[in-house]
Design a protein around this ligand. Structure first.
Ligand code: XMP
Length: 317
């Protein structure tokens, strides 16, 4: 019978033998998989694991700081890199969703490659790949697609020539969570909703600007906090707010306003391949809507997405 304890024991022994005194570089995303992979590697090789966590300016509100803090508390050797402006510059003027994804993937590779070069004599690239990623080798979206399209133009970045170590590549998601729990990783990291690599850039329809990111971060934070306080966060598979490039008329006092619309999305799903929209309580939706409209400057209307996948996707881009 599979147990997380025996998995951890044999994996750490195997990693020690395989890696010896070699150095490993690993990109943390704040998600479950990369975090669990990092803690396993850390327990095997300690300070020879160099973690890199990139702030692409497209994360949730205060996420970079709080997740970086959790990583440091776990004892990980982690370097946080503020690359916000590089991502915003690359996104300026882009409206096509796939062009936005490619730009983000390209900048991520550049930033990560620079950081990896600073680790002397690094031999390995650690990755949080899990079993479904291995079998799902054809992915339309996702970082691998971006990396592939990057190859075609410029050849491999150096970190991709490293040998790859993937301690989770035989596990399913629920097993990764069990391993993470046994390793003592924070529930705040283990229980979090999936979040796409391109982040808020694909939840801001059309061109991404730092101003729109700031507005969406505020609305999204109000939304997610209310899901937590309302006790429904763990029942929802994934949730997020979307910034629509649409203005509508509203009133405030005696004034007419003409401001943007935020859409709330929440879905139930097993694997993201199909999804149903969540029947969130009306009272909760009302509270979220009021809080967003009263507190987020630039938003005067909130709508709720009642589309299931298929035919709608979870993200709007
Ligand atoms: P869709 O929108 O295709 O999303 O129904 C299914 C799941 O995939 C996530 N997603 C992405 N994840 N890079 C990622 O790492 C991407 O470009 C990307 N696009 C969608 C989405 O958040 C959902 O969990």
């Amino acid at each position: 019978e599979w147990t997380s304890e025996s998995f951890i024991e044999t994996t750490i022994a195997g990693l020690k033998e395989k890696l010896g005194d070699d150095k490993v570089v690993l990109g943390l995303s704040g998600g479950v998989d990369s975090s669990v992979a990092a803690v396993l590697l850390h327990q095997a090789i300690g300070k020879n694991l160099y973690c890199i966590f990139v702030d692409n300016g497209l994360l949730r509100k205060d996420e970079f700081e709080s997740v970086l803090d959790s990583y440091k508390h776990m004892g990980l050797n982690v370097r946080g890199i503020d690359a916000k402006q590089r991502f915003y510059d690359a996104l300026a003027g882009l409206t096509d969703p796939e062009k936005k994804r490619k730009a983000i993937g390209r900048v991520f590779i550049e930033v990560f490659d620079d950081a990896a070069h600073e680790v002397q004599d690094v031999k390995w690239l650690g990755q949080g790949t899990i079993y479904p990623d291995v079998i799902e080798s054809v992915s339309v979206k996702g970082p691998s697609a971006t990396i592939k399209s990057h190859h075609n133009v410029g050849g491999l970045p150096d970190f991709m020539k490293l040998k790859v170590v993937e301690p989770l590549n035989t596990l399913f998601k629920d097993e990764v969570r069990r391993v993470g729990r046994t390793l003592g990783i924070d529930d705040n990291i283990l229980g979090r909703h999936p979040f796409p690599g391109p982040g808020l850039a694909i939840r801001i329809l059309g061109e991404v600007t730092p101003e729109k990111v700031a507005i969406l971060q505020q609305a999204d934070a109000i939304y997610i906090n209310n899901l937590r306080q309302g006790g429904v966060y763990d029942k929802v598979w994934q949730a997020g707010a979307i910034y629509l490039p649409v203005q509508s008329v509203g009133v405030m006092g005696d004034e007419r306003t003409y401001e943007n619309v935020v859409c709330l999305r929440a879905v139930e799903s097993l694997d993201g391949m199909t999804a149903d929209w969540c029947h969130l309580p009306y009272e909760l939706l009302a509270k979220i809507s009021n809080e967003i409209i009263n507190n987020v400057k630039g938003i005067n209307r909130v709508v709720y997405d009642i589309s299931s996948k298929p035919p709608a996707t979870i993200e709007w881009e």
